[in-house]
Unconditional design. Structure first.
Length: 307
């Protein structure tokens, strides 16, 4: 939450120069409060697991948030009941005329396909185009981040020689960004993907900026300079046991899968895995909600996209 201090306090200029949000007395007196309206486009096959993980991250904040779940009509989900989707999820056509403070687009296990070969690509691009005028800020995760940065900014993805799988050390390259406020200089984060984007492609685009990278796992966080789009190329929402479930699944399928890096004690999959990313993952969601949604979204949702 912002710091509220007297308008003319000398510390104000210093704090603002460090990108620390300061709410003046004048703004505090004229501020109205309403719940934030978020839309979650869940593209993961394990929908209940994913929605639970992300809602857990969104709930650990003093902000009041209303979340709607969105599904694609052009893809038939095989790992969740039709009853669950019909009860809790909404198709895009039903929200097309609405506006939202925030949108979250999850990953999906389709990264080895060309974007245009994904069966719901046309619908996804329609949603991403709609987000330009109907959503204040969008948070893209893993393949959703690769799809979003490709669609909005033309940044391509590249196939990896083997799956990037495990928990890796990262460094913050823009420490004054409010998005990583409270992060340590280096931090751990999980990845599970077969493709990547390149830092030099992002750095070459005038409308994008790098926030955090890994020497091993590559780009982790990037964003648009206008803060309308955020791209997280790992899985900060993952629970402690999620990589284990993926590893066990792939081994059961007979795949030649290496043990997820930096995850099991002594790389021994018979031992319980350790979560080393939970605190920074929570900060990432909380900071996005606070600094880039709550603090900047119009009070009147009808004004979103008006500019």
């Amino acid at each position: 939450m912002p710091i509220r201090i007297p308008d003319q306090l000398p510390a104000t200029a210093a704090l603002e120069s460090e990108n620390i949000f300061v709410m003046t007395e004048f703004r505090a007196m004229h501020q109205d409060i309403r719940p934030l309206k978020l839309l979650l486009l869940n593209l993961m096959p394990t929908k209940i697991v994913t929605e639970t993980q992300i809602l857990r991250k969104l709930s650990n904040t003093p902000l009041q948030i209303e979340v709607e779940l969105l599904q694609t009509a052009s893809h038939e989900s095989k790992n969740v009941s039709a009853e669950h989707l019909e009860t809790f999820y909404t198709p895009f056509e039903e929200v097309r005329e609405r506006t939202y403070d925030g949108l979250i687009i999850t990953g999906a296990p389709v990264e080895l396909l060309d974007f245009e070969d994904v069966d719901y690509w046309d619908e996804l691009t329609a949603i991403m185009e709609w987000s330009k005028t109907n959503v204040h800020s969008t948070f893209h995760i893993c393949w959703g981040a690769q799809a979003g940065i490709y669609y909005h900014y033309g940044v391509p993805k590249y196939e990896l020689p083997k799956k990037m799988f495990g928990v890796f050390n990262h460094k913050v390259v823009k420490p004054h960004s409010p998005l990583v406020r409270g992060f340590d200089d280096t931090f751990m984060a999980p990845h599970s993907r077969y493709t990547e984007v390149h830092a030099e492609d992002i750095e070459a685009h005038p409308d994008l900026e790098l926030i955090a990278v890994s020497d091993v796992a590559g780009v982790y966080i990037a964003k648009s300079t206008d803060s309308s789009n955020f791209f997280v190329f790992g899985h900060p929402e993952y629970d402690a046991a999620t990589l284990k479930a993926e590893y066990d699944r792939d081994i059961a399928r007979g795949l030649d899968m290496h043990v997820p890096a930096n995850y099991y004690p002594d790389d021994d999959p018979s031992r319980d895995p350790v979560s080393s990313w939970r605190s920074c993952a929570q900060l990432l969601y909380t900071n996005w909600l606070n600094y880039y949604v709550y603090q900047t979204t119009p009070y009147d949702l009808a004004q979103i996209g008006a500019e």
